[in-house]
Write a protein that binds this ligand. Structure first.
Ligand SMILES: *Cc1c(COP(=O)(O)O)cnc(C)c1O
Length: 223
């Protein structure tokens, strides 16, 4: 059994002050989330729409929900009203659809552009060139109900730490190029969401501002 409260407290005291902790609670039951909540954790990450809806209705209302998984536009009606941030914007179509849904419910949703830097084809996200295309197209100015707050990425699932580091450096450099260029005037463009249970130390070395940690808090997921 994972000692969830202890894991949360240890992480909170270890992470640099400028790095926020997203407790990735997918596949874990509400009572596990409550243990984290009672240890002071307020930001939780989920990756499936239905599961998010169930947990949001069961958890206290001051929880801040972040959606981190691949998102289909037909799930937005469920997801958009509940979330503070969507980390996994991986197409222009999705970004536009999030804006539409957010407009309907009269809220502003923070989003991150997911960038694809890993070796695996299975991972989603934009290339660096595609990020620039979106940012330079003028589209973002017209989407009044989404705020692009930065980028999110995942490293290859490998034991090769050098490979992981190079990929996190790549994510950081994509962020920096946008920040220096077309996003320079955007005050809220400041987040780099990278780092999971096995690689968050490296991610923080390489400039992460948000780590998404599941197993190291809640234990191994049973799918
Ligand atoms: C599941 C998941 C995590 C957390 O992974 P752990 O290895 O359990 O820390 C982080 N980010 C995304 C996008 C995930 O799907």
């Amino acid at each position: 059994m994972a000692n969830i409260a202890e894991n949360i407290k240890l992480l909170q005291s270890t992470l640099p002050a400028n790095v926020s902790l997203i407790a990735v609670s997918k596949f874990h039951p509400v009572d596990a989330l409550m243990q984290a909540y009672n240890a002071g954790q307020r930001v939780f990450g989920e990756s499936r729409a239905q599961e998010l809806v169930q947990k949001a209705s069961a958890m206290p209302s001051d929880v801040e929900w972040h959606f981190i998984g691949h998102l289909q536009t037909n799930k937005l009606k469920m997801v958009v009203p509940l979330v503070k941030m969507i980390h996994s914007i991986d197409s222009e179509k999705l970004l536009i659809a999030v804006n539409e849904e957010a407009t309907k419910v009269n809220k502003i949703v923070n989003v991150l552009l997911e960038v694809h830097v890993a070796q695996e084809e299975t991972k989603f996200g934009f290339s660096e060139a595609e990020c620039h295309e979106i940012a330079e197209s003028g589209l973002l100015d017209s989407l009044k109900n989404v705020r692009v707050c930065g980028v999110m990425g995942m490293a290859t699932n490998t034991d090769d730490e050098d490979e992981i580091r190079v990929e996190f450096m790549k994510i950081h450099s994509i962020f920096k190029a946008l920040k220096k260029g077309v996003m320079a005037q955007c005050e809220w463009f400041k987040e780099i969401s990278m780092g999971m249970s096995d690689d968050w130390h490296i991610a923080i070395d390489e400039g992460s501002t948000m780590v998404r940690i599941g197993s190291s808090i809640f234990g191994v997921r049973e799918y």
